[in-house]
Write a protein that binds this ligand. Structure first.
Ligand code: DX5
Ligand code: ZN
Length: 221
């Protein structure tokens, strides 16, 4: 049976009550916390940094924290996020001049490492760094904002990257981010994803457990 992970994006949570909001989705059955870092440079929005990651750890969140860096430059933030309790750190290859070095810095800091591909970015960039990847994150919206519509062309890339992962023989997680809901999660899984980010689809509803249950039911069908 497939080991699917549901990763709520706290970008859509109530930031004034972030600890409770992270704990609530985990209580409701989520597997990891997706943590969106935006810098008003690589993307046109500004969110949260290492101090907030540390604050979640201090609050008592023990689940994996999946830090999605939408920042440029990348390297200066790696150690601070590792020290602040990040479990995985992913970044956009077009935001780092030396992609292999950034991946190595993440691994040396003791975190799992991943690359994030925007909707128009080719998977070619993965070829020479597969052995340094624990995760590949495919964007199904253009990064910068929650609540956007899923771009259907992503499914073809999910299939393509699934083939690359299988051919590598490595246990690399394939995560998809943007516009995922209980309506389309089964299609994303059928294309080959195993890790699903959902922001507004979960935090936009009053009952987090009900949505997560619906997502698990869709994945099981
Ligand atoms: C977008 C972020 C996503 C976003 C997903 O740049 O990387 O993680 O929060 O939100 P929804 O699920 O609302 O599209
Ligand atoms: Zn994200």
């Amino acid at each position: 049976k497939q080991d699917y992970w549901i990763a709520p994006s706290i970008l859509a949570a109530d930031f004034a009550r972030l600890g409770e909001e992270a704990a609530a989705v985990l209580d409701a059955g989520a597997d990891v916390i997706h943590f969106d870092v935006m810098d008003n440079h690589y993307v046109p929005n500004l969110t949260i940094g290492p101090m907030v990651c540390q604050a979640l750890r201090n609050y008592g969140i023990t689940a994996p924290i999946d830090v999605h860096l939408m920042v440029s430059p990348v390297d200066a933030l790696i150690d601070s996020f590792a020290k602040a309790g990040a479990s995985m750190i992913t970044f956009h290859p077009d935001a780092s001049i030396h992609v292999d070095r950034s991946l190595q810095l993440i691994r040396d800091a003791g975190c799992q490492a991943g690359l994030v591909l925007n909707p128009a970015t080719s998977p070619d960039v993965l070829e020479y760094v597969m052995d340094k990847l624990d995760m590949i994150l495919l964007m199904s919206v253009n990064p910068g904002f929650g609540g956007q519509k899923f771009i259907p062309g992503t499914l073809k890339k999910v299939e393509q990257v699934r083939r690359l992962i299988d051919a590598s023989g490595r246990a690399i997680r394939l995560e998809v981010d943007g516009g995922i809901s209980e309506q389309n999660i089964a299609d994303v899984a059928a294309a080959g994803a195993d890790t699903f980010v959902a922001g507004s689809a979960i935090y936009g509803k009053p009952d987090y457990r009900a949505v997560i249950d619906q997502m698990r039911a869709a994945l099981a069908s």
